[in-house]
Structures are given as C-alpha cells and as structure tokens.
Design a protein around this ligand. Sequence first.
Ligand SMILES: [Zn+2]
Length: 229
Amino acid sequence: MEWIFEISNFLIGTCLASHACVIVERAGKEDFIFSRSKCTNCNQQLCLLDEIPLISYLVLKGRCRYCKVHIPCEYFFTEFLGGFAFSKINFSNIHGVYTAIVLFSLLLTAISDYQVQEFDIILVLPALVISVLHIMNNLNSISIIGFIQFFPIFLLLLFEIIRKKCGSGDLIVYLILSFYFSSKLANLTFLIASITLLIIFFSNKMSEKQPIAFIPFIYIGLIIQLLCK
Ligand SMILES: [Zn+2]
C-alpha cells in the first residue's frame, strides 16, 4: 500500500513545485499567494485546467493556450523534480513536515539560482532555521566521523568563496544539508551535483566565463540521495 502514499506525495510535490516557480517569479512584485496565475507573455489569466502540473504542459504541448508562446521545458522538469522530492516524505509525523519545508525552501532557492544566478536570503531562511534547530537538538549525536566528513569540505567551500570561485549560497546549502540530514549525505550530494554539472558542461560546451547556477544541480543530487535511501 506504500505506493499509494508515494503517488499521492508525488502529485503534492508537482503542485508545490509548480507554485514554487510562481513564487520565485513574482516574489516582491504582486500578491502571489492568492491571485491566479497568468501567462507571462500575454498576461491572460490561466484557468484551473491550465494549471494542472505536468498534464497541462503535455496537453498544451508546452505552449500557452491563448497566445501559443512556447513555455520553457524547465517548468515541466521542475514539476517532475518536485514530485520526486516529496514522494518519500511521511507527512503524518512532524519530522516529515520539517523535511517538506526544508525541501520546498531549497527548491525555491534552486529555481531562483537557475533563473537569475542568485537568490534572496528569505527563500533559504526556513531551511536554514530548521537545520540549525535540528543540529542544536542533536548535538550529542554528532560523531567524530561525521565531523571529519564535514570539516574538509566546509574549509574547501570557504576557500573557494574567498577565491571567488563559488558563491556563498553553495556553502549555505552545504550547511543546511549537513545539519539537517548528515555530512555524508551532503558530501555525496555535492559529488553527484559536480559530476552532473561536468557532464552537462562538456556536452553543452558552456562558455567558461558564464556563471553557472550550482544549486539546481545540488537539488538533483539531493533528490537522487533521498530516493535511494
Ligand atoms: Zn500567453
């Protein structure tokens, strides 16, 4: 019966991810919680049928129903990713709810990083607060091995920030993953993210000068970890 919960969680995740895109796009501009979604090209208010995650995109073949403008496939991919992110969460206990908030906050950060190569601290703040509270409640369970897994990568990221080779956002996300999940999970997540980035870098021949958003790759790495657990 577990698969029923996983499928319903997947659907919840796609809706949350779809709304996350709207939040990042409209943050600070207008009421994004209660107003209906609009097409960013023709400003036409979308009907409920146009807002069904994944399905609307497929039915409308990735175009706006009204002006037929092409909707970036990243939206579809984000909804898919959101579905997988939330599929294993047990919403019946408080820990599952905290995990959901951490994952949603990181998703907002990843979308913003992808779109504008930066993010407002407010997006990542819920995840940061929850992870700091989590580590403070579990101080006595920190092992030497955990610390050894954490410290070198922490120093490396700090060093890269000073050399301006990576942004402080990557370090914040590393701290969140280490504090909330574990240093081992954080390290493996960064490893998967780096490998994925390298593959895309070489297959796309991205220019070296262009800044690359790393947090979306971290998010993909995290989802793979959570699914394999
Ligand atoms: Zn339109």
